[in-house]
Ligand binder design. Sequence first.
Ligand code: HPA
Length: 250
Amino acid sequence: MATLAIIGGTGFTRLPDLTVTRREMVKTPFGAPSCPLVFGELGGTPVAFLARHGSSHRIPPHRINYRANLWALQSVGIERVIAVGAVGGIATDCVTGAIVVPDQIIDYTHGRDRTYFDGGDDPVRHIDFTEPYDPSLRRALIDAAGEIADLTIVDGGCYGAMEGPRLETAAEIRRLAADGCTVVGMTGMPEAALARELDLAYASLAVVVNPAAGTDGRRVDIDAMPDAIERGMNSAREVIARALPAASAR
Ligand code: HPA
């Protein structure tokens, strides 16, 4: 049975090498997840896969039902989650094509359903979130990425989670940089916090697909993004395939 799940973001709506055994649309108290969970094996390791934006990439970051997604995964026995997402690079080492495994996150999103402790019958739990990402999952990803020639891998960094769906102004990126953010994306939160509320081990593969607004003195080149997304997500798939044995071991 799969205990490890992969949540795929933009450009990562499928895992082509997954030998699919079944699909299941899970019902949750929070509504429907983005799409059916896909179960199968990748290189002999059982995994579950969920496309964060839906199978046909129609759900924008602020409309994703993060609570249903994480709840659905936990309800089928998932204990560990590798979350893949496209980001803009802010720090100079976070170049387009690099894969960043952040160790911190700052939440700038607003208006999203961000907790399971939302005033129902259960007592409120304040989770510890000092270290938002699971160290052993991060290690498995970094070690696997280190085996791949010509891949720029950044060990650590701070993910700035913005509301989107528009990209940022140059001033917003300057503010994020001053706050210590090294990459910027739109889906890192509340996903990471919800995973922690459910006691799921969670790590992020942040795939840099553009220089963040203003960092290279130009506008964001939207036309260059699809290509960068495709190449970056192929790298992410390779990292995951190599990381799986270690990542799924407890
Ligand atoms: N900003 C926010 N989210 C993103 C970006 C960006 O520049 N690139 C990819 N996702």
